[in-house]
Design a binder for this molecule. Structure first.
Ligand code: GAR
Length: 202
């Protein structure tokens, strides 16, 4: 059984979907802890399932590095097999990524490498594209630049605003996330091999 820590900043709808999936005894992963960088609405989903939570408030640290060190210490308590960034709206410091790589994945509401960053949905709308998408990637030290593990296109419809488009993307993200975590748990998806495929030549 793959143990998973999920890090969030907001509503945690993707977290909720993973928790619901993991409630099925046949699903090969379990969420063991949920962490956030702020008082996140999504904690309610974890509490409903009786899953422990922790908060490492970004604002209370002098630097990203110090915040990341405390986040790493909290994660170490739970020793998860996998860390899922599910709407964590903070860039992790390189030291933390290096420590957990290749066992950290991230969901993103765009078809990467298109529209990376904190405003993937807004940026796609601003660019006037007629399709965007959802991606699940391996986290590296860049901004949404890690190897792509799964992705799918989502149409942009006339009259879409950031909210309507994001709400159309999220169900796709959820499906991709649940499937990627399942494939990691069963060994069908080898994160070390994915990471190596990106490693610079010696
Ligand atoms: C999701 O769409 C996730 O991909 C996105 O935030 C949303 C969180 O929703 N993450 C990013 O944009 C990271 N760059 P949720 O809190 O309802 O799961």
């Amino acid at each position: 059984m793959l143990s998973v820590a999920v890090l969030i900043s907001g509503t945690g709808s993707n977290l909720r979907a993973l928790l619901d999936a993991a409630a099925d005894p046949d699903y090969p992963a379990r969420v063991v802890v949920v962490g956030a960088d702020r008082e996140a609405e999504g904690f309610a989903h974890a509490e409903e399932y009786g899953i422990p939570t922790f908060m490492v408030p970004y604002a209370q640290f002098e630097s990203r590095e110090e915040w990341g060190a405390e986040l790493g210490a909290q994660l170490a308590v739970w020793q998860p097999d996998l860390v899922v960034l599910s709407g964590l709206m903070r860039l992790l410091p390189a030291a933390l990524v290096d420590e957990w790589s290749p066992r950290i994945i991230n969901t993103h509401p765009a078809y990467l490498p298109e529209f990376p960053g904190a405003h993937g949905v807004r940026d796609a709308l601003a660019a006037g594209v007629d399709q965007t998408g959802a991606s699940v990637i391996l986290v590296d030290t860049g901004v949404d630049s890690g190897p792509i593990l799964a992705q799918e296109r989502v149409p942009v419809l006339a009259g879409d605003d950031e909210h309507t488009l994001h709400e159309r993307i999220k169900p796709v993200e959820r499906r991709l996330l649940i499937d990627v975590v399942r494939r990691i748990a069963t060994g069908d998806l080898d994160l070390a091999a994915q990471a190596a495929s990106r490693a610079p030549a010696p």
